[in-house]
Structures are given as C-alpha cells and as structure tokens.
Design a protein around this ligand. Structure first.
Ligand code: 3HC
Ligand code: NAI
Length: 705
C-alpha cells in the first residue's frame, strides 16, 4: 500500500483512508493507493462493502494543483488521469461508500461520484471549483454530476464553481445520507446496510438528463449569465459545453469531449494566470523573517477612530468577524451619521437576502459608538481612520499612546502618509503598523499591511493572522508614499489623463481597460473614489513636485470646479440620479481649453496605445517597487491589484501579465514611450535586467520562495 493511503477492516467493511495532509489532494501515489485498497477489498471474501474516507481535515480537496504547472511547462507528461480509478470504483462489485467531511472538491467530488453511495457530515462541502482555476472538471465531473443533480444544477456548479453545503446537496440527491454523529461509524453502518444489495452505477443513471430540446433554455441562460457575469473567461463556457455534451452524447463520448475541453483550458494563459493567483494568495502569507511560529497577539476587542467612509466600513468588517468594536468620532453629529450609514448598509444586505435580520442585529450590537476614549484601554487593536493629514494623525497617535495597553496593536488606515512618521508620535513605534483597507472596507478583500522601520515581528504576524480572520487577503508592503497599490495607481491615472490631454476620448480610455477585463476604466474609477481625494493628497505633497516634469492638468481643474465625481453628480462624466454616466459638454470644453493652454495638438490615439501606456505604467512602477523592496515578491503586487483595484484575475495581475507578453516586448514599448514622453517613462533597471537575461518576474520572484 502507498504511505498516502491506509487500509483497515471493520467487521466485514474495508476502510480505505487517504492521508495526504493538509487537504488530501490527489497527488501522485494517492489514486494508486486507493486502487490498491480497492483491489484488496474485492479480493477478500470477508469484505462485503468498502468505505473511502479522508484522514485529517477533509475528504479530498481535488487534483493536486501543483501538478498542472508541471504538465503545461512540459516538465511532466500528462498521465492517464483519474479515469482508471473512477471506473474501478464504479465497477466494484462490492459497493463503495464515500464518507465526506471537510471538502469533496474537484477531483474529490469526481471520486465520490464514482462510488455507489455518498454519505457526509452536515458541515462538509461539495463542489466543482475548477473554473476558478481556469479549467473545467477533468475526471467526468461534467458527465456524472448532471446524472445525480440534474442538468440545471450541474451547469450552475460547473460554471461558477461555488460549493454546496451538505443539506442542499442531500436534497438534490448528491448525498445519500447525512451522518450526524461520528462519520466513520455512520459510514460503516451505512455500508453494512448497503452490502449485498443491488445498486445502479452513476454513469448509467440517465433519468435526470432529459432531452437536448428540454435543456436548451438552461444552456442558453447559462451562456447569457457567462457573458454578463464572467466577461472574457474561457472556462465557464467550456464547462457549459461539457455539461451539454453529457445531455447529447453517450457517457464515454461525453467523457472524451470533456477531456478535449479540459486540455484546451489547461494550456490556456487564463488557467496559468488563475493558478498563479491561487498559489499567490497563499504565498503572500509567507514572510521571510517572520516564521509561521512567530507569536501573534490575540485580537478579541477592537477600537476604531473616525466613523467616516473607511472607519464605518472597518467597524463592519470587525463586527462581521464577531469581534466587538468601539467606534469613536469627534462630534455627535459625525458619530450619528457614521452609525446611520452602518445601519443602512446592513439593512440593504438584509433586504437583498444576504443574511437575516437576526444576524444584522447581532452584528450591529457588536459596534459601540463612542465620543471619548473610554474603554480603549481594553482594546487589543486600535485602528485610526481620521482625515488624511499628518498633523492630525500624529495628534491621534499621541493620544492613543497614552491610553492603550502595552500589547495593543496601533494601526493606521492612512493611504499615503509615512507610517514611520506617524509612529514617531508614540513611545512604542514597534507596535505601530499600517492597515490600509480599500473602499468599501467591508467588501474589498485587500488589506495592505504596511511595515514601518520599527514594526515588530509579532505585530506583523498578528496583522497577517487578523487579515485572515477578517476574511481579507493581507499583503505585507513597505513604507513609501502610496505603498504598493496607490503608488502604482499614480502613474496609471497620470497616463489616463495624459492620454485625454493628447487627444483620446474619455470613454475610449475607460473602454480600453474595461475591454482588457478591469472592473472599471481609470477615469470612471476616479469619479467613483472622488476626485477631491487625490486633489487633497496632491496639495499635501506639492513640495515634492519636480519642476519641469509634466503634470496631469485635468483632474485638479475638475476638482477645482467642484466636480468631485459621483458624489457631486459630476466629474469626468455627468451622472443622473441613478448614477448612470454620460458625456458632459462642460468637460469637453475644459479639455479643449487645457489642450490649447498647454499647446497640445490633439491626435488620434489607438486602443493599443491606450492599453499599453496604462498597463506598462503599472508594470514599470511595479518593477521599481520590487527593486526597492517595497513589495517582497512580484506576486504580492499581482495579489494587491487583483483584490484592491479590480485587475482581472484571469490576467494574473500586472506583473504576471507582463511575463505573458514577454518582458523584452514590454521593455521595447516602454523605451518607445520614454523617447516620446521623457523621464516619466525611464525604464526600471530591474525590468531592463530581466529582459536582458530573458527572464520573467515570476522566475525572479520564485528565487526567494
Ligand atoms: N492541490 C494542491 N495543493 C492544495 C490544494 C490542491 N487541490 N488545495 C489546497 N492546497 C494547499 C494550499 O496551497 C495550501 O498550501 P500551503 O499551506 O503550502 O500554503 C494548503 O493546501 C492549505 O490550503 P488553504 O490554505 O487553502 O486551506 P483552507 O483550509 O483555507 O482551504 C480548501 C482548504 C477549501 C480545500 C482550499 O485549499 C481550496 O479551495 N483548495 C482548492 C480546491 C480546488 O480547486 N480543487 C480542484 C482542483 S482541480 C481538479 O480537481 C481537477 C479535476 O477535475 C481533475
Ligand atoms: P472621511 O472624511 O469619510 O472620515 C474621516 C472621519 O474622521 C470623519 O468622520 C471625521 O469626523 C473623523 N475624525 C476626524 N478627526 C477625528 C478625531 N480626532 N477623533 C475621531 N474622529 C475624527 O475619510 P475616509 O475616506 O474615511 O478616510 C479616512 C482615512 O482612510 C484617511 O487616512 C484616508 O486616506 C484613508 N483611506 C481612504 C480611502 C477611501 O477610499 N476613502 C481608502 C483607503 C484609505
């Protein structure tokens, strides 16, 4: 037997246990081990049924995702896949019972569906999440699932990849029995009942497949949903096609069609990008010099200062995670307004059916409004979210320094200011760190964790663990103006404005990025975030401007006209009462004036130039950020951009995208822009080196892994 799979007997029932921590992925050796166990069970006359169960925290989380990269890079040949195992399980004369806890995902569910029966604990989850990796089920999931749950549900599960909880799965017929007590005991008891009784193989259960005509509406609406909600993604459409094949073709032919579609997806850039993101989201938590055993402070109580846009959202984030939070404001009026926004946000979620009134009441009860620092001495963390201004931040930090207990983490939500300078207002800079949330803080997944010069390891470890508790992806970044995300956003939004000054339409600039896959274009984002925000920041940093270097002109002018974006009903666009944007003649006139003042003759600008200038401004700044050590790895930048800035995950993030284009090509284009537009486009030395050496950012990053 393989070491990864154990075999035991329990009174006439063979128990095959997978032991491949942490999540029992189907790594090499696991399928072979199960097959051996099954052979043994079928050869043993005392065995009447078989239980297949996972050791540790899950049944099987799927195929081993690490293997995919080896196949697509050519390092490894694609083997026979899981099919021989699945046919053996399904054709076993003695019934095999899959006993599920934790997750049966991807290949794990495909294994379970080849068994005669499936039993599960109520907390388990089942699903075909492959689309999230840019692939589709590759071991007949698209063929067996519709036979068990029906076509509509199978399409939904394979197209969106979301897991099902056991009660729902049982109602659909995917789980045969829910085991309330000990899973192994319950599964063995079930196996004894099933022993000797006839059962129908899943691949022969065609009752729920219906006819192609009857299913036509299901596939049409699935494709429509893909067009709207999965813009530009290949795998969801392939998944729909594969399930459709199940309804049109005999099982074996359907499997072949699934295989063909699976291979197309596996070798796609999208899949490579999404797998890069899967491992990237986990890699960001691994920090050199801060090993996983670094002690973290327990965070049981939080306190927040400032109940504005960010403070309110941060308070909700804590409450949503079950952590009680004090929310302090400067005035009664601001406090009432802040609490009112929180209440309204929660009520909107209840109205949309996201959670119940009871849950809303529980969460709201965790937020205690405050007008002074009473109770702050008990907080494990204090998060400052007052206006962006150094003098005010320092004053607030000096105040909390005098009240907070020694082991209290002091976090600032500043988006641009120096954490070191803020920390200097305290007697304990080692306890000070940046927690840069993104708006709306209760929704956006990114948390930039900003390490100051003095920030202690324990405070970093606490922040990383806390990010996870709060349901965020925490990325550790260094202290500089704008940190990683906003620092890169500066050149990106600068180029967007330059492009308009030089002749591009506002809509064309936004459309280029939308077509690339961004959630919104750069100018529309400005209107959403508020043009006054950048305007105020630029005023704060005016002393750092270099004379003679070209500056974008339009946003300061727009903000100066009181056009702050959506919140004032006008910015780059005009907004109606439903916040629908339209072209605004006043802005067109302003652009014409600004061009004239600056002596710019407008020219036609291609979509390609717009896309390249916007994306490569991100990449060039990203390379500098890496050189300076502000981001630890290229993938950290990718994770920041995907989770905080609406960068399409299927492009892998700006640095991965540059890799897929080829760094020599990216550099050549940046050099062209440098020749045409001057110093702002000076190529980053790291990019020049990697292009010269024929390397990628990913290869450079993995050196440190
Ligand atoms: N293959 C390889 N490694 C995996 C893995 C997998 N399928 N699933 C998880 N891991 C690794 C993670 O990378 C992580 O490694 P690390 O500790 O070195 O960072 C470790 O296992 C623990 O994972 P998480 O930190 O994510 O643990 P959680 O408890 O938060 O989540 C989980 C567990 C819900 C199972 C989550 O890991 C998950 O969703 N995994 C992916 C599941 C998936 O996509 N399965 C389908 C694979 S494709 C497939 O099966 C194709 C088939 O159709 C042929
Ligand atoms: P905001 O103006 O909406 O809220 C700030 C709040 O702080 C106001 O309600 C104000 O009354 C309160 N305040 C000021 N002084 C106070 C004091 N001494 N004690 C208690 N409350 C006080 O501002 P917003 O947008 O929430 O920004 C807060 C911080 O978050 C800033 O540092 C900003 O740079 C940062 N940030 C903002 C983002 C955004 O998209 N708005 C995104 C990420 C960070």
């Amino acid at each position: 037997m393989s070491e990864l799979v154990q075999y035991a007997l329990a009174g006439g029932v063979a128990v095959i246990t997978i032991q491949n921590p942490p999540v029992n992925a189907l790594s090499p050796g696991v399928p072979e081990g199960i097959l051996d166990g099954l052979g043994k069970a079928n050869a043993d006359d005392t065995v009447r049924a078989v239980v297949l169960i996972g050791g540790g925290r899950s049944f099987i989380a799927g195929a081993d995702i690490k293997e995919f990269g080896k196949i697509t890079s050519g390092e490894k040949k694609r083997g026979v896949g899981l099919h021989p195992l699945l046919y053996a399980l399904e054709d076993s004369p003695k019934p095999v019972i899959a006993a599920i806890h934790g997750q049966a995902f991807g290949g794990g569910l495909e294994v379970a569906m080849s068994c005669a029966y499936r039993v599960a604990v109520p907390t388990a989850q089942v699903g075909q999440p492959e689309v999230k990796l840019g692939i589709i089920p590759g071991a007949a999931g698209t063929q067996r699932l519709p036979r068990l749950v029906g076509v509509a549900k199978a399409v939904e599960m394979c197209q969106f990849g979301n897991p099902l909880k056991v009660p729902a799965a049982a109602a659909l017929g995917l789980i045969d029995r829910v085991i309330e007590g000990d899973l192994l005991e319950g599964a063995v008891a079930f196996a004894r009942e099933a022993a000797g009784k006839p059962f129908v193989k899943v691949r022969e259960r065609n009752g729920k497949l219906r006819t192609p005509d009857a299913n036509a509406a299901i596939f049409a609406s699935a494709r429509e949903a893909a067009r709207k909600r999965q813009r530009g993604l290949l795998a969801p459409l392939a998944a729909i096609n594969a399930v459709e094949a199940a309804t049109r073709l005999p099982f074996e032919d359907g499997v072949k069609e699934e295989q063909r579609l699976f291979e197309d997806c596996l070798f796609s850039t999208q899949s490579k990008a999404l797998i890069h993101v899967f491992f990237g989201e986990r890699a960001v938590a691994k920090i050199p010099g801060v090993p996983s055993e670094t002690p973290a402070y327990p965070i049981r109580r939080a306190a927040i200062i400032g109940a504005g846009t960010m403070g309110g959202g941060i308070a909700m984030t804590y409450a949503n995670a079950g952590i009680p939070v004090l929310l302090k404001e400067a005035t009664r009026q601001a406090l009432d307004r802040g609490m009112d926004v929180i209440r309204k946000n929660y009520a909107a979620s209840v109205a949309k059916g996201r959670f119940s009134q009871e849950v809303m009441d529980q969460r709201l009860a965790l937020v205690t409004p405050a007008l002074n620092y009473e109770g702050f001495e008990e907080a494990d963390i204090i998060v400052e979210a007052v206006f962006e201004g150094m003098a005010l931040k320092k004053q607030v930090f000096a105040e909390i320094d005098s009240i907070a207990k020694p082991e209290c983490v002091l976090a600032s939500n500043t988006s641009t200011l120096s954490i070191d300078e803020i920390a200097s207002a305290t007697t304990r800079p080692h306890m000070v760190i940046g927690h840069h949330f993104f708006s709306p803080a209760n929704v956006m997944r990114l948390l930039e964790i900003v390490r100051g010069k003095a920030t202690g390891k324990e405070v970093i470890a606490t922040s990383m663990a806390l990010a996870r508790t709060l349901g965020k992806v925490g990325v550790l970044v260094g202290n500089c103006r704008g940190f990683v995300g906003n620092r890169m956003f500066g050149p990106y939004r600068r180029e967007a404005q330059f492009l308009v000054e030089e002749g591009a339409d506002i809509e064309a600039v936004d459309r280029a990025m939308y077509d690339f896959g961004m959630a919104m274009g750069p100018l529309a984002v400005g209107d959403l975030a508020g043009l006054d925000v950048g305007w105020r920041i630029r005023k704060e940093f005016r002393h750092l401007e270099i004379p003679g270097v070209r500056k974008p002109l339009l946003e300061d002018r727009l903000a100066g006209m009181g056009r702050f974006g959506q919140k004032t009903g006008s910015g780059w666009y005009h907004y109606d009462e439903n916040r629908r944007p339209s072209k605004d003649l006043i802005v067109e006139e302003l652009i014409a004036r600004v061009r004239e003042e600056a002596g710019i003759t407008p020219r036609h600008i291609s979509q390609e130039e717009i896309t390249d200038r916007l994306l490569y401004s991100l990449v060039n700044e990203g390379a500098r950020i890496l050189e300076e050590g502000i981001a630890l790895w290229p993938v950290d930048i990718d994770i920041v951009y995907i989770n905080g800035y609406g960068f399409p995950a299927h492009r892998g993030g700006p640095m991965f995208h540059a890799d897929t284009v080829g760094l020599d090509k990216v550099l050549a284009r940046i050099r062209e822009f440098h020749d045409r537009h001057g110093a702002l486009w000076t190529p980053a030395p790291l990019l020049e080196r990697l292009a010269r050496e024929g390397k990628t950012f990913t290869q450079e990053g993995s050196k440190h892994a």
